[in-house]
Design a protein around this ligand. Structure first.
Ligand SMILES: [Zn+2]
Length: 451
């Protein structure tokens, strides 16, 4: 589960600029607006035709499907499911070589990289679908924003705490300078910008939200209509915090680098994602989200197992719609299975990071936090606070709450960390800094082969 695959920042900026100005985004939005008015059964038929056309045009000459034509059949006629490991081992066999594309690398199974070809137009349609999510929250791509996103959106910050980027019409705040002083300066800087949205990683928005809770309300933030959350899981208390201090709903979306299924969070039912029919066909097979993408013509992936868990709710017969009015199918209980979301218990059993989710305000006292695992059955919560050292009693309270929550499968410890240590390379905090690999440990524990 990931946000859009971020390639080279200049390409990203160019695609964004094109998306803002191009009638093709309007076309996508118009198609989705038209389908939103249709009955669920019409949407399904439209999607079937669209997938058939996509398969005939782009997939039939792809080497892997020439050898395995069962994938080209309609989903009702075949049970074949494509797993990530097959694509990882034979990625070249999935390429439609006639389509100009960029190469991106993403995490595969067991942390081994997966090599993908993404068509140029697919980067573009990604923005069109993000524009759709934002538009449901009343935000358009070019609206003024405050952004907390690291350096992936363009030139570096060069030591500056924030900068205005005209392409995105936002003030981007460096995740390495999230301090009271920066936030005070930010308010001055946005007085003329009049931002209507905050966009970024939950972990980077959190220190700002805590500061606003302490010092606000601020009239400069009165126009906010949405908090647009990219690329990273948000915890329940963070969503509540954003909703409360910014007076605007958090809006999320679901996608993968492989570009097979896209979901736009329902504005009425948090955690429910409407599957956008223009992007891909979603199914849930063995409790896993499986999709046939229709935007990436350079590497068509059909009935591809994303390894994300989820539940798919198809809309009922004529007239039945979601509370928000959408006739599109819904994915809920979406759970990413990417490596850093797992920790390993005392018997090497994988435990979802959802087990470490917490709502207690004891944790909201820390500005940054991260879990780190170095050894089997042990997890360390690393925390930092801006401008003060956390008290021993706060740390112990957090530890005992967490320990109580995870029971006897994990031993929890808590440590104070330097805020900078909690940043990953692109300036976003990894929820779980996973340094332990159970398969390697098992391997090294085995007796060495003689000779
Ligand atoms: Zn809805």
């Amino acid at each position: 589960m990931k946000g859009p695959a971020i390639g080279h920042s200049r390409v990203v900026a160019a695609a964004f600029r094109a998306a803002c100005e191009s009638p093709l985004v309007t076309t996508h939005l118009n198609t989705l607006a038209r389908l939103e008015l249709a009955e669920p059964s019409e949407v399904a038929r439209w999607q079937e035709r669209r997938l058939r056309r996509f398969v005939n045009r782009w997939a039939t000459t792809v080497p892997y499907y020439l050898e395995h034509p069962e994938y080209l059949r309609s989903t009702t006629e075949t049970a074949a499911v494509l797993d990530k490991e097959t694509v990882r081992r034979a990625s070249a066999a999935f390429v439609n070589s006639r389509v100009p594309a960029r190469h991106v690398t993403t995490g595969g199974t067991g942390g081994r990289p997966l090599s993908l070809r993404i068509s140029y137009s697919s980067f573009f349609s990604e923005w069109a679908h993000i524009a759709y999510v934002w538009s449901r929250a009343g935000i358009s791509l070019g609206d003024p924003k405050i952004t907390f996103r690291g350096s992936s959106l363009g030139t570096g910050f060069d030591g500056r705490p924030m900068m205005y980027q005209r392409t995105y019409n936002h003030v981007a705040v460096s995740p390495f300078h999230l301090s009271d002083r920066t936030f005070t300066e930010l308010l001055t800087k946005i007085r003329d910008l009049r931002p209507v949205a905050i966009w970024g990683y939950p972990s980077s928005i959190t220190p700002f939200a805590l500061w606003v809770a302490r010092t606000g309300p601020h009239p400069e933030l009165a126009r906010l209509r949405a908090v647009l959350l990219a690329s990273e899981a948000a915890l329940g208390w963070q969503l509540s915090l954003f909703r409360e201090v910014f007076g605007a709903p958090p809006i999320r979306w679901y996608g993968q680098s492989e570009k097979v299924v896209f979901g736009a969070e329902c504005p009425r039912l948090p955690g429910h994602y409407h599957v956008t029919p223009t992007y891909g066909v979603a199914q849930v097979v063995n409790n896993r989200i499986t999709g046939s993408g229709m935007t990436n013509t350079a590497m068509p992936l059909l009935r591809y197992d994303t390894e994300d868990g989820g539940v798919l709710k198809q809309p009922g017969p004529v007239g039945s719609r979601c509370a928000c009015g959408s006739p599109f199918a819904v994915l809920h209980d979406v759970a990413g299975r990417w490596d850093q979301s797992l920790v390993y218990g005392i018997d090497d059993e994988p435990i979802s990071s959802a087990a470490l989710n917490f709502h207690d305000e004891a944790f909201a006292r820390f500005d940054r936090f991260q879990f780190r695992q170095d050894r089997r059955g042990e997890v360390e919560l690393r925390v930092s606070t801006v401008g003060r050292v956390p008290e021993a009693a706060e740390l112990e309270k957090a530890r005992s709450l967490l320990q109580h929550r995870v029971g006897d499968r994990l031993v929890i410890s808590v440590a104070i960390a330097n805020a900078d240590e909690l940043l990953s390379r692109r300036g976003k905090i990894l929820m779980i800094d996973q340094r332990y690999r159970p398969d390697e440990a098992t391997f090294s524990a085995m007796p060495t082969q003689p000779g």
